[in-house]
Design a protein around this ligand. Structure first.
Ligand code: DSN
Length: 409
């Protein structure tokens, strides 16, 4: 029986979410819209199959087709990033990071990562995540004035901490990362270097960002942000011994049965990302962000680091006298979806914050361009000037709906 007839509540909820995704402007920097082909693969019968282990080394029978699709995923992602070894089984970026740590460190070992409130990720050593619970986690931040990573400061902290593992990568940093500087710091300390490229994977794959392959010991990523694939993770390395440790850390270390329907969808995503038009797409993502950031700057929005050279920007709202939470809620009423985000030196809790993070990956997938970016920035400015004015938000929501209708998903 199909979903409509068997479970009306869930059918209706999915239909309403489809409508929300269609008629709102998705500016959450970590979200995107997958292709029909990816949806088809992840909604396939592969979800029925247990396949603990790896291709040709499974703990279950009947894995002939599963082995094929997982091998396609491995070979394609290796080609995409120019890496020698890949594990495509991580259910998420956090689980990719958990396995990466376990491949090179033991519980209690010292790790050093970018702090959550300066753009890092929970799994980079936050005290409330496994990374801060199981490891002796320390952090570096960004310069409070410039918003930039200060590599000299990272080196100073690393010398004090003497970490076994240095994690670089971010969830909210609008500039390029210099992986070579992190390599030099790790080499001085004799530390392993893990690069989490979850946000910038699409930029790295297409040459718009320095690649950490061959620089970091281990590279982790998600597949659903700028890479525009299904929700999941991947681990890459050029080191054969580390590759073996990574495989063991994922299974049986931190995961059981792999999500083979998602792995097949990852294979479709990697094939799509190998097409020349994916490079064009990423160029537009970056170009759109530049226009959005420049226009916001004209409206006196204070952009952390002064702008962006990737797919995201971080807006410090302290000069506008509104919190991240207030702005997020008001924008949602106008049909614009963002997430509140801490900014460097933020004195508000993570549930309130003084900033919001925005990104252009999803709206660029819809085909929006510079003209739409300028109007979106104008609309964001109107929202900031009219917090609490529900009539104005309703007017904007109508305009957003009309704009979205012109760019179907
Ligand atoms: N939640 C992701 C993001 O929004 O960047 C990170 O896990």
């Amino acid at each position: 029986m199909n979903l409509k007839n068997s479970d009306k509540e869930i059918f209706d909820s999915i239909a309403a979410e489809k409508d929300r995704q269609f008629y709102n402007l998705e500016l959450i920097a970590s979200e995107n819209y997958v292709s029909e082909a990816i949806l088809e693969a992840q909604g396939s019968v592969l979800t029925n199959k247990y396949a603990e282990g790896y291709p040709q080394k499974r703990y279950y029978g009947g894995c002939r087709e599963i082995d094929k699709s997982e091998t396609y995923a491995i070979e394609r992602v290796k080609k995409l990033f120019g890496a020698r070894f890949a594990n495509v089984q991580p259910h998420s970026g956090s689980q990719a990071n958990m396995a990466a740590y376990l491949a090179v460190a033991k519980p209690g070992d010292r790790i050093l990562g970018q702090s959550l409130n300066s753009g890092g990720h929970l799994s980079h050593g936050s005290k409330v995540s496994f990374s801060g619970i199981f490891f002796d986690a320390h952090s570096y931040g960004v310069n409070e004035k410039s918003g930039l990573i200060d590599y000299e400061e990272v080196l100073k902290i690393a010398r004090e901490v003497k970490p076994k593992v240095i994690m670089c990568g971010f969830s909210a940093y609008p500039r390029q990362i210099d992986f070579l500087s992190f390599r030099r710091i790790a080499d001085e300390l004799g530390a392993y270097l893990i690069a989490d490229i979850a946000h910038i994977a699409g930029l790295v794959a297409t040459g718009f960002h320095q690649s950490p392959i061959g620089i970091a010991d281990i590279i982790t990523t998600t597949t659903h942000k700028t890479l525009r694939g299904p929700r999941g993770g991947v681990i890459l390395t050029n080191d054969e011994k580390l590759a073996e440790k990574i495989d063991k850390a994922i299974f049986p270390g931190v995961q059981g049965g792999p999500l083979e329907h998602i792995i097949a969808a990852k294979a479709v995503c990697f094939r799509e990302a190998l097409e020349p038009n994916f490079k064009e797409y990423i160029a537009h993502v970056i170009g759109n962000m530049r226009v959005l950031a420049d226009t916001l700057d004209c409206f006196d929005f204070d952009l952390v680091t002064g702008g962006s050279d990737n797919h995201l920007a971080l807006i410090d709202l302290r000069n506008k006298k509104i919190s991240g939470l207030e702005f997020e809620c008001a924008l949602e009423k106008a049909g614009i979806t963002v997430n509140k985000n801490s900014v460097p030196g933020d004195d508000k809790p993570a549930t309130v914050t003084s900033g919001v993070r925005i990104g252009t990956a999803a709206i660029t997938t819809r085909g929006m361009g510079p003209a739409e970016m300028q109007r979106i920035a104008e609309m964001m400015n109107i929202v900031a000037d009219h917090i609490g004015d529900d009539k104005k938000m309703a007017e904007l929501k109508k305009e957003v709906r009309e704009m979205c209708a012109k760019f179907p998903i």
